[in-house]
Design a protein around this ligand. Structure first.
Ligand SMILES: NC(=O)c1ccc[n+]([C@@H]2O[C@H](COP(=O)([O-])OP(=O)(O)OC[C@H]3O[C@@H](n4cnc5c(N)ncnc54)[C@H](O)[C@@H]3O)[C@@H](O)[C@H]2O)c1
Length: 388
């Protein structure tokens, strides 16, 4: 079993230095902020000092719901108020809807605050570029909230590619996608143009892109032919709306519920992408990586959860015979979400760098932006990323 031991990963828990406490705040106290607060609350070296939400009273209710000592927390009605007042805060989690990612991130960075920004990076490429300019000027940490990055199984994909087992990679196929699953957990911020900005392509497409692009070293995207549709989201008879008794969501729906694209990447790699919040199909398929010496199948139906439900499979030709073998799944010991927050806090304490850096995710965003623009124009477009 020596060969298989190579796939065992070191998931040791680091000892926490309690001599320095990190002061954090959360901007946007909606759905995903629940996971951020749960993570920070469990860290003995983190002090939650401030919460902000533009909905009056929401941040206070959020604190009460999570059993925080409200007398020790400062509450604000916007990201700006929080950043202006909290002069010695170390970092913020930005948990606002997509259209409010760029402005709060820029404001925090400009004021010397480290940022954990929820995914997707932004809505447009231009916004992402502006955030990166602020990041560069500030010298602070900006990390994007892709928790699947913390998964040892996700890391294994890159290790397999880097090992040379697949030879030269020339084709990537994104898989996954939901049959039914337009996200309306507590309202419509994901599906309205003014708040979500982009739909499935940004919400879960960004995860799918990150998984494959990270594995092959995040090559620069060159051209995109993109397609987006919204047949289900705009239909008041869509089964999920009817089941939830919210046919009016159809009128509010202003984003995509399906997207597909053909993307040329630097290094001669082709990316065949598809993602869905709603479709008459169980899945868009597994994700595939094809190389000159081997292929990899990634059962990524739910890649946004950060884990697979089945092992990876490597396909090879050995001595003229087609063979395949499975890469055993590595059990996850700690929640990926907690790990992503821990990595952010450690980076602040130790003067480290972002776990999920903007220098990579800018290419993820460029593809999403390219899909939107190509869909609008109805033709292939060249991707141009401004100087940062
Ligand atoms: N990493 C993950 O697993 C994961 C899961 C779900 C959502 N997300 C991401 O998290 C983000 C938020 O999603 P959500 O479901 O929590 O949305 P939500 O609408 O439930 O919460 C967003 C909150 O931000 C507040 N807000 C907006 N602008 C603000 C501002 N300038 N200052 C202060 N508060 C502001 C809103 O009032 C709202 O309460 C989205 O970008 C989404 O893609 C990530």
């Amino acid at each position: 079993m020596a060969g298989l031991d190579a796939f065992k990963e070191n998931q040791e828990v680091k000892e926490i230095d309690l001599s320095k406490k990190v002061k954090v705040g959360i901007i946007g106290t909606g759905w995903i902020a629940d996971s951020h607060i749960a993570g920070y609350k469990n860290m003995p070296d983190v002090e939650i000092v401030a919460l902000a939400d533009i909905v009056p009273g929401k941040a206070l209710k959020f604190a009460e719901k999570h059993g925080l000592d409200v007398d020790k927390i400062h509450f604000y009605n916007s990201d700006r108020e929080l950043i202006d007042a909290e002069k010695d805060i170390d970092g913020v989690s930005i948990c606002t809807y997509n259209c409010q990612h760029a402005a709060p991130a820029i404001y925090a960075l400009e004021h010397g605050v480290n940022v954990m920004l929820e995914k997707p990076f932004t809505v447009t490429l231009d916004e992402a570029v502006e955030v990166m300019k602020a990041e560069k000027k500030s010298g602070k940490i900006l990390t994007i909230g892709f928790q699947p990055r913390m998964s040892e199984n996700m890391k294994m994909i890159k290790k397999i590619v880097d090992s040379g087992e697949l030879g030269q990679v020339y084709y990537l196929q994104a898989g996954g996608g939901r049959r039914t699953g337009i996200p309306t957990p507590f309202g419509t911020t994901f599906i309205e143009k003014e708040t979500g900005g982009i739909g499935a392509v940004g919400d879960i497409g960004s995860y799918s892109l990150d998984m494959l692009l990270k594995a092959v070293g995040y090559p620069k995207p060159l051209t995109v032919t993109g397609y987006m549709s919204n047949f289900f989201g705009t239909d008041p008879n869509y089964s999920d709306y009817v089941n939830k008794n919210h046919p009016e969501y159809a009128e509010k729906f202003g984003v995509d519920d399906f997207a597909a694209a053909f993307v040329r990447l630097e290094g001669g790699i082709i990316l065949d992408f598809r993602i869905s919040w709603a479709m008459h199909m169980d899945t868009c398929g597994d994700a595939l990586i094809l190389g000159t010496k081997g292929g990899l199948r990634i059962p990524s139906t739910e890649c946004w959860n950060g884990e697979f439900n089945k092992p990876l499979t490597v396909y090879k030709n050995v001595a003229g015979k087609n063979i395949q073998y499975e890469v055993p799944l590595i059990p996850t010991k700690t929640s990926l979400f907690s790990q992503k927050l821990r990595a952010f806090v450690d980076a602040i304490k130790e003067g480290g760098s972002a776990t999920v850096p903007s220098s990579e995710i800018i290419y993820n965003q460029a593809i999403i932006d390219g899909i939107v623009k190509s869909n609008q124009l109805g033709k292939e477009i060249e991707i141009e990323i401004p100087e940062i």
